[in-house]
Every structure is written in C-alpha cells, then in structure tokens.
Ligand binder design. Structure first.
Ligand code: ADP
Ligand code: MG
Length: 457
C-alpha cells in the first residue's frame, strides 16, 4: 500500500470524475486505469480517472463525485491505495460524545476538549464529533460536527467513519439499550470503536483476579462482601476501603480502621465535611452503614487499605493517564500527584485535595530515591494497562489509573477509569503532557483506521 498526504481540490463538473497529479497517479499505480473506486469511511463510489500535469500530490474532485463520496472539505489529507485497488481518502474519524444544548458548545463541558482534539487532527484526518442522535443508520451517514478555520462548528453529512473514539459522558446512559445497540452496530460494521464504556470497580477486580502479574498490585478486594467477610478482612488488615462499585469522584466511599481495645473507626464525607465516628463493636458499625444506605449495599466492594506515602500527614496518590500510541503500544502520557485534604478519605480536589507534579510529591517523601520509585511506578502502570487489555473483551486505547505508592515504594492500583477525566492537565507543569495525550489519541485513531504502511503494522 502506498500512503501519502495529498491536497484535495473541488471542481464544478456534475459527472463523477477524479483527477490526480501525475506523480500521485504514479505513486498510487493508476497508470492506464480508466476508472477507480474512491473510498471515504465506509462509502465506496466509482469514478472516472484523469491525470493532470501539476507538481506535488494533488487530487481534483468533480462536484458530482464529491456529493456521492461526501468528502467534507478541501485541503490536506491522507490518500492510499487499498488491496482491492480502491483509492481511499481519510482517515475519517468520529469522536462520539454528547451533553450540549447550545450551538456554540454542542458537547457541553466537553466542548473545549473536543475542539482541541479536532484542531490537532485537522491536517491529518477528517476529524469530526457526533452525538448518538446524529447517526442515520438507514442511510449509513452521520451529520457530523467539523471545526472550521475560525474555530466555530460546521455541520456536514459524512459516511460512517473508519474509527470511533467513544467519549459518551454518562454512565447511566451507557447501560441503556440504545447505546448498547449503537455500539454493537459499529462493531458489526467492523468499525473500530474505543473505549467501549465505563468500568465498574468490581468488573476490573474480577477481570484481573486470574492475572498474577496484575494481582500483585491490587489491594485484596471482595465484591459485595458479607458482614462476616468484612469483619474478617478488617481483622486481617486493620484498614479497609469500602467503595461503591460504580462510584466516582470519591462519592460514597468509607475508610474503616480497627484498633484492638480502641474499637472500630469509620471516616467518610458528608455535606462537604469529613466525619469520623467510633464504634465499640463491628455490628453497630455495620448497622450504621446499612441504615445510611437503606439496607442496599450490594453494589459495594471492600478493599484492603494501603498505607500511602504522605506529605504533611496527608496521603498522596497518583493519576496515571495512559494511552495506546500510533504503534499500538501503551505509554504513560501524563501523571498527576494528588495530596488529600486534611481528614479526607480521598485525594479528590473537590474534597480539599491539591494537585502537584509527581516529581515534587515523590521528592518530598522518598528524597533521592524518588526517581527510582517513579520509574518503577511507570513500569507497573504499563503492566497493569496491558493486563486490563488482555483480560477485556473490547478494544481499549485510553485508561486513567488511580495508583497509590505505599511507604516502602510498593505500587498499588485502586481503580481503572475507561473514560478518564483530564483535570490533572490543568496544572501549569502538566499542560505539555495534556497536549501529548491528545496527540496519542489522534495517532491511535490513525493506527486503528489502517491508514498506515504495511511495514508500520
Ligand atoms: N484501598 C485503598 N487504600 C488506600 N486508599 C484508597 C484505597 N482505595 C481508594 N483509596 C483512596 O480513595 C481515592 C478514591 O478511590 P477510587 O477507588 O479511585 O474511587 P473513585 O471512583 O471515587 O475515584 C483514591 O484515589 C485513594 O486516594
Ligand atoms: Mg478514582
């Protein structure tokens, strides 16, 4: 397969004609051909071939052809000749998202992220965003949102894309049948679709249960434990986390500790404040938990508590933002360190936590060993990402791992997020990593779109 960047221009003829500059025609091995199939996304349209004398790699498309292939715009894009002697343009990449109500910010609070991503990809692909409502399955088209030169939005109807990057925002919407059907339709059409959806904590723990390499870095965890089991674990570890399996942002998390002779302690967050309660026996602690949750604790997981490294007596932990790159390999794109607010059960910023670079956080706890500790944590994060991927049925291209480092430098994973937030990249020192993260998304989409040379696969 030959692959190169070309410059697409439009002409006015109503017939379906495509002109190639001579050097491009030669590269694409079109010598002597009278017609060719032109492909964009999942659409293929036959066209008459002509060549023109012009230096460089240029393609001219008649209005008739443009209308049938639905090329969204002129300018630079990849062109390749496929095994089946098709000429394909693209890649056509769709970012699936939602959440907006206004035309100026069609994807709500995600709009800025989508805008940055599309801006980065504008010279390498036909890169657009869409919501589930923008798909027309009967016609197999999408009414996509493209970024125009002025930074505003232009709507264009395009064929089903070569790749979908899924950033649908709502966990609740995702389990609905409409979204499940939508995803299955893409898979049926052999359109790579990543990531599939949000992870539940219990699913990740179960997934890694038979993977010794990953299990070494998971605190002991039990899904939907009986109170006997919880008591047993509390006596074993003296310290547990009790978390809603589908929770996020630290909501609904309890920290339990047991000290012989002193009793059972529970910490949690309520109405913006941190609560600490003591019980003299385990049963009254469980009674309080059941009362708070009206008896419904079945979607909780219990987990061995890890004694995290601390700064000023406040635990710190880390978000490792992982991506698959243009060679389909996992890389650490960015790391944010978070120091818990005083008395807080979690390190979330909204619960009083603060964000810093991992270098700063680790040098304050591990001194001159901090480089080695960080290196080890990165290598564990890559191992964990690979383990999650090999135990998961669907395609994965991005992960946010919540990682703890204990006082001996041991590395632990608390949870894996399949739609990781990007708040760590707001830190001034992590802006560059935020950019790198966007670049990995783009490169991985291009990788999945198969717009690559054979020797790159
Ligand atoms: N087993 C544990 N040991 C020590 N700290 C934990 C443990 N589990 C969670 N935490 C702390 O609580 C935070 C939130 O937990 P996490 O599992 O990431 O839930 P959420 O989905 O609410 O973010 C972690 O970032 C970490 O600071
Ligand atoms: Mg978390």
């Amino acid at each position: 397969m030959s692959l190169t960047i070309c410059n697409v221009h439009f002409t006015k003829q109503p017939e379906r004609i495509v002109w190639f500059s001579s050097s491009l025609a030669k590269l694409l091995k079109l010598g002597g051909r009278k017609s060719v199939n032109v492909k964009l996304g999942k659409d293929i349209v036959p066209a008459t071939v002509r060549t023109i004398k012009r230096k460089g790699h240029h393609v001219y498309m008649s209005a008739g052809l443009r209308r049938s292939v639905r090329i969204p715009k002129s300018g630079h894009v990849y062109i390749a000749n496929d095994e089946d002697k098709e000429i394909k343009l693209g890649p056509l990449i769709g970012v699936l998202t939602d959440g907006g109500t206004r035309i100026s910010s069609p994807f709500g609070e995600r709009t800025e992220f989508v805008r940055q991503l599309l801006h980065l990809g504008r010279k390498k692909a036909y890169f657009f965003a869409f919501t589930p409502r923008d798909i027309n399955w009967r016609q197999e088209t999408i009414h996509g949102w493209f970024l125009n030169g002025g930074g505003g939005w232009t709507r264009r109807v395009v064929p089903l894309p070569d790749v979908v990057y899924n950033r649908l925002p709502s966990r609740r919407a995702e389990v609905g049948s409409a979204i499940t059907t939508l995803r299955e339709r893409f898979i049926k059409k052999r359109i790579p679709f990543f990531n599939w959806g949000f992870f539940n904590k219990s699913d990740v723990y179960t997934m890694l249960d038979n993977d010794p390499e990953a299990l070494r870095h998971l605190p002991e965890s039990i899904n939907n434990p009986t109170s006997e089991k919880m008591k047993e674990l509390l006596e074993k570890h003296q310290f547990l986390y009790y978390k809603p399996s589908a929770g996020s942002l630290g909501n609904g998390i309890y920290r339990l500790t047991y000290t012989p002779r002193k009793g059972y302690f529970i910490r949690y967050r309520r109405s913006g404040g941190n609560i600490l309660l003591r019980f003299s026996n385990f049963n009254s602690l469980m009674k309080m938990l059941r009362a708070r949750h009206r008896g419904n604790l079945s979607s909780y997981v219990v987990q061995q508590g890890i004694r995290l490294a601390e700064i000023d007596n406040c635990p710190i932990d880390f978000r490792f933002h992982m991506h698959k790159n243009g060679q389909n390999q996992w890389v650490v794109a960015g790391i944010g360190a978070k120091k818990a607010g005083r008395g807080s059960v979690t390190t979330h910023i909204k619960n009083g936590g603060s964000l810093m670079t991992p270098e700063r956080a680790l040098s304050r706890t591990f001194g001159d060993k901090s480089d080695d500790v960080l290196k080890e944590a990165k290598s564990v994060a890559i191992k964990l990402a690979k383990a999650i991927e090999r135990n998961y049925t669907h395609a994965l291209g991005e992960l946010g791992l919540d990682i703890g480092i204990d006082r001996d430098g041991g590395v632990w994973m608390f949870e894996a997020n399949a739609k990781p937030g990007r708040s760590i990249f707001k830190h001034p020192a992590l802006k560059g990593q935020g950019k790198a993260s966007l670049k990995y998304i783009l490169d991985h989409c291009i990788y999945l779109s198969k717009f690559r040379r054979r020797d790159e696969s």
